[in-house]
Ligand binder design. Structure first.
Ligand SMILES: Cc1ncc(COP(=O)(O)O)c(C=O)c1O
Length: 482
């Protein structure tokens, strides 16, 4: 289903005999569609030109309606990327039947149907312009041509053998994680990995430490599976393990992002890593290490994974290809402790058919033939440059009004506007109305978490000029009164 077509000229029902001007009718119909949830935040709307031609009215009529809808915050113009229903509007329950985008999908900005290019400053996506598409096309074509009958049958639900081997070899060398390919389970991404872990190791009402602030989809997957997330505060050294022990010493699991805490960006100190491992070993609890972007570190080499210190085999390592290749691949993996290998193989076979064979094989080739490590090396340099360009542009536009948190790694920065009286939610709302997808830091934590700021992805900032243009637009948006 293409959302743009589900609300088209046919739904606008323009009445040429009515007294209300045509632009007003178009405006009213769109407004009603948004208010009744037929059009939802982030949905793309037809271009003024194509809608005018479908309705047989002047383009200026539609443009006037669109300008009014944008001015009132219903639409967000995204320049060449078209116009969308403002992503910052609250999601309404649709009065028509149809799939809803809520929870983690809404949090991640996942497309409901037809994909649209991510808006500027979008968090968590790699540089889409720098992906080696030609090379990828060549590898994919080679695999597609060589496809045999065996490749068309069900694959191993634990993952394609070539990919499991390539991941194990990569983790051993680059992340200091010693593992055998049979411990690697390929999944549809981080949430699928967590669901697999939860099904294999947890029961209903088990308590699980999660970081506060943290990655909201983690909480949703756990709650969906009947577990009870226990938020544990994060400070400059990462998750505060002593607080976790005071809140729920008998928790069954802790989920952490030790390389680069999501969203604060701090690395977990060695002392905390050891404390966490000791707790898990004494409490017979598990640790999930979510290493979603540990490869991106700009000061010095990437830190070894927590898993590399795991003498008691309590850590499950979760990786994803979303940041290091691209999210549309929908591939992630779990490294299970040796003792859990069979339990994971059984769970994987019970719950899924595995991931697409050819796609896994292409990723395996990409890794085995050395393209992956070259790509990562290039991206580290590129992201360091793009991060510096965005930070410089923000400082130029906001001067003393901005405080920028540049952590040692990651794909986003945190800009703090301490001198402004508005909340970060209000600042984010204004930025989003101008088509800039900044996210408020405060929304990543519980009420006990006090941090405020705007999270901004810098990976797709193409040049210093582009960075300055974004910073200027942001300044104008934040200065605009509601
Ligand atoms: C903290 C964290 N974990 C994991 C992921 C990767 O998730 P996925 O594999 O679903 O793309 C992300 C992506 O944004 C993330 O921010």
């Amino acid at each position: 289903m293409i959302r743009e077509k589900t609300f088209s000229a046919a739904h606008l029902e323009i009445d040429r005999t009515a007294l209300a001007p045509l632009y007003r009718q178009v405006y009213e119909r769109f407004r009603a569609a948004i208010e009744h949830g037929v059009l939802r935040p982030g949905d793309r709307v037809a271009s003024a030109r194509s809608l005018a031609s479908e309705l047989g009215v002047a383009r200026g009529t539609i443009e006037t309606a669109y300008t009014q809808l944008s001015g009132e915050g219903y639409f967000s113009p995204l320049g060449q990327a078209g116009t969308v229903v403002s992503p910052s509007l609250p999601v309404r329950r649709a009065s028509r039947r149809g799939p809803q985008r809520t929870g983690a999908a809404a949090f991640l900005g996942q497309a409901l149907a037809e994909p649209v290019p991510p808006p500027p400053l979008q968090l968590g996506i790699p540089a889409l312009d720098a992906f080696p598409r030609k090379l990828w096309a060549r590898l994919a074509a080679r695999r597609a041509r060589a496809m045999t009958a065996a490749d068309m049958f069900y694959g191993d639900p634990s993952g394609h053998p070539a990919l499991r081997a390539a991941i194990a070899a990569y983790l051993r060398v680059s992340r200091g994680v010693p593992c055998d390919p049979s411990q690697v389970f390929v999944t549809g991404g981080y949430r699928a990995s967590l669901a697999l872990i939860s099904r294999t190791l947890l029961a209903r009402d088990d308590r699980v430490w999660v970081e506060d602030p943290g990655y909201t989809p983690t909480h949703e997957v756990l709650r969906g599976a009947g577990q009870l997330p226990v938020p544990v505060p994060v400070d400059q050294e990462g998750m505060d393990v002593a607080r976790g022990m005071r809140k729920a010493a008998k928790a069954k699991m802790a989920i952490v992002t030790p390389s680069h805490q999501a969203p604060l960006g701090v690395s977990m100190s060695l002392a905390r890593r050891l404390q966490l491992l000791d707790w898990a070993s004494a409490a017979k609890a598990w640790i999930v290490e979510d290493d979603y972007d540990g490869e991106y570190r700009y000061a010095g080499p990437p830190l070894p994974a927590l898993k590399s210190l795991d003498g008691h085999d309590r850590v499950l390592y979760a990786g994803s290809f979303s940041k290091v290749l691209y999210p549309g691949l929908a591939l992630g993996y779990v490294v299970a402790p040796d003792s859990l290998r069979d339990a994971f193989a059984t769970a994987a076979a019970t719950w899924s058919n595995g991931s697409p064979q050819i796609t896994q094989a292409v990723v395996a080739d990409f890794m085995r033939e050395g393209h992956f490590s070259r790509h990562l090396k290039k991206m580290r340099l590129l992201y360091a440059r793009r991060r510096a360009m965005l930070a410089a542009a923000l400082r130029k536009s906001f001067g003393e009004d901005v405080r920028i948190d540049l952590q040692s790694g990651g794909m986003h920065l945190i800009a703090r506007f301490d001198r402004r009286s508005e909340s970060d939610e209000e600042l984010a709302r204004r930025a989003q109305l101008a088509g800039l997808n900044c996210q408020p830091l405060s929304r990543r934590g519980t009420k006990a978490f006090r941090g405020e700021g705007l999270l901004m992805g810098f990976t797709n900032v193409g040049s210093a000029v582009h960075a300055q243009q974004l910073a200027t637009e942001l300044r104008a948006a934040l200065d605009r009164r509601p």
